[in-house]
Design a protein around this ligand. Sequence first.
Ligand SMILES: [Zn+2]
Ligand SMILES: [Zn+2]
Ligand SMILES: [Zn+2]
Length: 138
Amino acid sequence: MSDVKTLLKKRGLKVTPARTTILEVFNGKNYALSFKDLNKELGGALDKVTIYRTLKSFEESGIIHEVMDGSPQVKYALCHHEGCSSEVHYDAHVHFKCERCNRTYCLESTQIPTIVLPQGYFVSKQFVSLQGMCKNCH
Ligand SMILES: [Zn+2]
Ligand SMILES: [Zn+2]
Ligand SMILES: [Zn+2]
């Protein structure tokens, strides 16, 4: 059985051709993909509703996480944290957008520093995104 199918099962998702196809696209990239990027990669192989639903189910199952990099479109990247689940994501790492190649990478080993908030504020999501030049571009 392929890694993709194992991952789907581990996260409690039924293996479908659309899920396998989309997960394979994510597996082949080391940067985050927006809905538009994904649609382009798939070359029209799947309809938009299916892509949208699949992304949602992946996010809810702890397979991918949202990446906000200041672009109008939200991007998604594979979770590499064992603990990610339908309840909670633990991807508290920094994202890095390269101005040259226009790709946004997960900097898995760069954790978001603890941010101290005034009393009465509670965080549900945090996005830290840096911009500059990636290691492949200089
Ligand atoms: Zn996650
Ligand atoms: Zn780059
Ligand atoms: Zn990430």
